[in-house]
Design a protein around this ligand. Sequence first.
Ligand SMILES: [Zn+2]
Length: 79
Amino acid sequence: MWYESPRTVRKVIAGIAVTGCMILLLGMWLNRAPLIVLGFVVLCGGSIFNLLFYRCPYCEKHLGRSNGEYCPYCGSKME
Ligand SMILES: [Zn+2]
């Protein structure tokens, strides 16, 4: 499996999270249940994306709360 650089993945996840939150807040503001559901789906999608792709490109372990500078498992420096 091919892994994108953790920095890029973090940016994508942050973008998904912000989008999901905005949809969720918009849904609550307009009182539209479908928008609230969509917001949750987007946020869940972001979490799944994180679990699948936020990994060390060298040892393929999930980076968890690592800041993406160095792998906490094998110590590799990220691109
Ligand atoms: Zn590693």
